[in-house]
Write a protein of this length. Structure first.
Length: 160
């Protein structure tokens, strides 16, 4: 699993935007920037929609005021689902939605979680991190996917 000091993987990902999907390299997202990234099991799911994403939407300005260039989330969902979630949640334009449709980024960071028993397949663990120029400087991984105690926006704000 990715840890403090590790570089995030270099690869191409798909970003959900108001204009549709856009290909972007992880270097474009993380290179030379201070980024708050949070991963979650899936768009429109209970804890993700009720607790995790809303905290980052509500605290986006406060987080960015601490010198953060970008707030991004990664989920093992396709870009259409993430675009709909970004629009419905009011997060479009505040948070970059990374569609990890094939779990490539999630697997490369060691954050994959098998939720096949619940009918969801391979998903992302629930976590948050701070990355500076693509290197992890803080990492918060939840022990249970249904909680946002360690990985929520309040915790990130305290770390910044």
């Amino acid at each position: 699993m990715t840890g403090i000091g590790d570089k995030l993987p270099e690869m191409e990902v798909i970003i959900a935007t108001a204009d549709g999907p856009a290909k972007m390299s992880t270097d474009e997202i993380f290179g030379g920037k201070k980024v708050v990234l949070f991963g979650l099991p899936g768009a429109f799911t209970g804890t993700c929609s009720r607790d995790h994403l809303p905290g980052f939407v509500e605290n986006a300005d406060a987080i960015k005021s601490k010198g953060v260039d970008t707030i991004a989330l990664v989920a093992v969902n396709d870009h259409n689902v993430l675009k709909a979630w970004a629009e419905q949640s009011g997060a479009m334009g505040k948070i970059v939605f990374i569609s990890d449709w094939d779990a490539a980024f999630t697997s490369a960071t060691g954050m994959e979680f098998d939720m096949s028993a619940g009918g969801m397949g391979i998903r992302s663990k629930r976590y948050s991190m701070i990355a500076e120029d693509g290197a992890v400087t803080a990492l918060n991984v939840e022990d249970t996917p249904g909680t946002t105690v360690a990985s929520g926006a309040a915790g990130i704000l305290a770390q910044l």
